[in-house]
Design a protein around this ligand. Structure first.
Ligand SMILES: Nc1ncnc2c1ncn2[C@@H]1O[C@H](COP(=O)(O)OP(=O)(O)OP(=O)(O)O)[C@@H](O)[C@H]1O
Ligand SMILES: [Mg+2]
Length: 247
């Protein structure tokens, strides 16, 4: 079975054996079949701050992970800024549990410099959220759905992946190998414009939720669908476009 787009957002599989970085702060693995983005990969700086901005699902996190995997220097530290209390949790995980709330950012910055971590700040909501965490030196990659306009950062705006035909071929290969229930769900759910959950998919397919749940999990495993949280699913835009061509 050929995987096409290996999901990264739920981050179930993580790098192992890194120097003392607690598992929940290690980056997820990059998509196994990463395609394109050569120009953007070359632009991300070692030493300095790069912000990858662009719409939901365009591939910001995937690009950052691919860069970390191929070119990153130092141990990578992954912080999902969309998770509440992430900084406090992180410091606790490094044994720094009693830091006062207003000193956490400073302690975090010094930890990053001291350990020379390469920092991935994923899902930043604002420039302020990022700037207070920026270490005095080192490499930082930030992802955000918004343009952040941070003065000391270079910002790379990501557009949709240009499809040179390879992706379509891989998708076709994966599609023809799907059992009929999965193939039908793949076709039907692709008409959902955004994120959807099991009850919505079950309603669309006219099937029991438990059957649909298994089939969706199978699509995620085959990298045709992305799980974006607890019981929430989304198609990458290229995959959605592919699914909509199927009858
Ligand atoms: N260049 C690529 N090659 C292979 N797979 C990719 C590529 N870009 C994105 N994907 C896949 O597409 C899906 C969505 O990508 P990703 O999670 O990186 O989007 P995002 O821009 O970070 O979205 P969000 O704003 O929701 O965080 C993932 O399954 C990812 O693995
Ligand atoms: Mg992301």
């Amino acid at each position: 079975m050929s995987d096409v787009l290996t999901g990264t957002t739920t981050g179930a599989v993580r790098h192992r054996g890194r120097n003392g970085v607690p598992p929940q702060f290690r980056p997820p693995v990059a998509p196994r079949h990463f395609v394109g983005r050569a120009e953007e990969l070359a632009r991300i700086r070692v030493g300095g701050v790069t912000v990858l901005s662009g719409p939901c699902g365009v591939g910001k996190t995937a690009l950052a992970l691919k860069w970390l995997q191929d070119k990153g220097c130092g141990d990578p530290l992954y912080v999902d800024l969309a998770v509440r209390e992430r900084l406090g949790d992180l410091l606790c995980a490094f044994g720094l549990s009693d830091v006062a709330a207003d000193e956490r950012a400073a302690v975090f910055r010094s930890l990053v410099v001291r350990r020379q971590f390469t920092l991935l700040l994923d899902n930043a909501g604002s420039a302020e959220q990022v700037t207070r965490l920026l270490p005095a030196s080192g490499t930082v990659v930030v992802t955000s759905r918004r343009k952040l306009n941070i003065p000391q950062a270079q910002e790379i705006e990501l557009g949709p992946l240009a499809d040179d035909g390879r992706i379509q071929h891989l998708l076709d290969q994966s599609y023809v190998e799907l059992p009929e229930r999965q193939a039908r769900l793949y076709r039907l759910c692709a008409w959902q414009p955004e994120t959807f959950d099991v009850p919505v998919a079950a309603a669309i397919a006219g099937e029991h939720e438990c059957d649909v749940e298994d089939a969706l999990d199978d699509l995620v495993e085959k990298s045709l669908l992305t799980e974006v949280g607890d019981d929430a699913f989304r198609f990458h835009e290229l995959v959605r476009a592919h699914a909509r061509t199927k009858r």
